[in-house]
Design a protein around this ligand. Structure first.
Ligand SMILES: NC(=O)c1ccc[n+]([C@@H]2O[C@H](COP(=O)([O-])OP(=O)(O)OC[C@H]3O[C@@H](n4cnc5c(N)ncnc54)[C@H](O)[C@@H]3O)[C@@H](O)[C@H]2O)c1
Length: 394
């Protein structure tokens, strides 16, 4: 029941109660909280000068009926007072706070108040999940989304690095917030849970970047069925699971705010556009990802959900290539893959020479494509290459 409430009711409430700018919402985590206790708290520490306002919804426990009831009560409330309530108390479920930004939600729900400024930026107060955001492209993308004002869920199976990343972002004095959520993108229950936690904490979901990916190269002789399954489950099935559970929340939002667009973006690869020698398990999963993107795009555009892939070229500065012990440059040098190469720099120069732009892909390059996709309302189902000219579309 709670799961349904979180995934249906909160996104609906967030849209219904929003003014010109879309609010964020949070379901109170304190299970013991009682309405009387809340009223007392608000009397002692009124969050808003004067009096904080609470709308009570208590007719039923069926989420659809609660939303219907809420719709009526919210418009009556607005008509009588000309402003919306700060809190909605839902019997048997709990308290939902509504605010212009996440820092204010922290304060309204009894967390220690911290300094914050109003979030500005091209993505101010949007709610985004980035999978695989503990390191590499994902970490860079999460950071840039955050600096454009978005609330960001750092979703990764690496708890230590993912937690550090969220703490780093939350050290900024801004109204938006980051949250770490542990996830295995190849596991349906885990992905569904990631979306629920996001909705419970921020009130909905406007953008998911399906970025988590793994690479184990190998020829047909070398590739084991186990390694093939492992890569396919993360790179291909993981994207399906993200789209499945994210779109459920996004659909609710579009139902209650007709012109509200949301985005599902897959970080694909140039290997999704052209075969990759002795690397078919990776390339096959990425090619498949573009098939999913095109098909999801057709299914979801009626709900104003755009679905696109971004196909970056090699991220030479990231850990996959540049890790001093396990990185591909070291591996290729040791394996003698580049004829005549004596140093890591020689190997790097060989790969850079294959790119007309003369360098590897950077997070900024990918982020510009992300902003284009989000801001463009008249495009979906695309695979956008960001390869410095290495791959050109037919
Ligand atoms: N590095 C490149 O040159 C390059 C080029 C083009 C595309 N890409 C794509 O970009 C994406 C990110 O690649 P990267 O190089 O930054 O990788 P990375 O290895 O640096 O980081 C990947 C992150 O994903 C996480 N992760 C892996 N499997 C997971 C799972 N099952 N559940 C949750 N988290 C998981 C890891 O913990 C890690 O934090 C991938 O989809 C990759 O295919 C990378």
């Amino acid at each position: 029941m709670l799961n349904t409430v979180v995934k249906q009711l909160l996104p609906a409430l967030r849209m219904l109660a929003s003014r010109e700018n879309v609010l964020v919402a949070r379901l109170d985590e304190r299970e013991s909280l009682q309405k009387a206790q809340l009223e007392e708290e608000l009397r002692i520490h009124p969050f808003i000068e004067g009096e904080a306002t609470i709308l009570v919804v208590d007719e039923t426990v069926d989420p659809d009926e609660i939303v219907a009831d809420l719709e009526v009560k919210l418009s009556m409330w607005k008509e009588e007072r000309s402003y919306y309530p700060d809190y909605v108390w839902i019997k048997d479920i709990g308290l939902v706070a509504l605010a212009p930004n996440a820092a204010q939600l922290d304060e309204m729900l009894g967390k220690e108040a911290s300094d914050y400024s109003i979030s500005l930026g091209r993505l101010a107060n949007k709610i985004a999940i980035v999978t695989g955001a503990a390191m590499g492209f994902g970490a860079g993308i999460a950071e840039m989304l955050f600096h454009e004002g978005a609330n960001v869920v750092i979703a990764d199976w690496n708890e230590t690095e993912g937690g550090k990343m969220a703490d780093l972002l939350n050290a900024n004095v801004t109204g938006n917030r980051a949250l770490f959520v542990k996830v295995d993108v190849s596991d349906a229950v885990s992905v569904e849970d990631m979306v629920s936690v996001t909705s419970r904490h921020f009130g909905g979901l406007d953008l998911i970047i399906s970025n988590a990916g793994v690479l184990r190269a190998g020829s047909l002789e070398e590739m084991t069925p186990e390694n093939f399954d492992f890569m396919t489950n993360v790179n291909y099935k993981g994207y399906f699971l993200c789209a499945k559970y994210a779109s459920a929340v996004m659909k609710v939002q579009s139902k209650y705010r007709k012109e509200f667009f949301s985005d599902i973006i897959q970080i694909n690869s140039k290997s999704g556009l052209k075969g990759s020698n002795k690397n078919f398990a990776y390339a096959g999963g990425k090619f498949g990802g573009i098939g999913l993107t095109q098909s999801f795009a057709m299914e979801l555009m009626p709900y104003k959900i755009k679905v696109n892939s971004i196909c970056p070229g090699n991220f030479f500065e990231g850990p996959l290539w540049s890790d001093p012990e396990k990185g591909l440059f070291v591996q290729y040098l040791k394996a003698g893959k580049v004829a005549g190469a004596k140093t890591i720099e020689d190997v790097k120069a060989f790969y850079e020479a294959q790119v007309p732009a003369g360098r590897g892909c950077r997070v900024t390059d990918v982020f510009r494509a992300i902003l284009y996709i989000i801001e463009q309302e008249y495009e979906t189902g695309q695979a956008v290459p960001v390869t410095g000219g290495q791959n050109m579309l037919n």
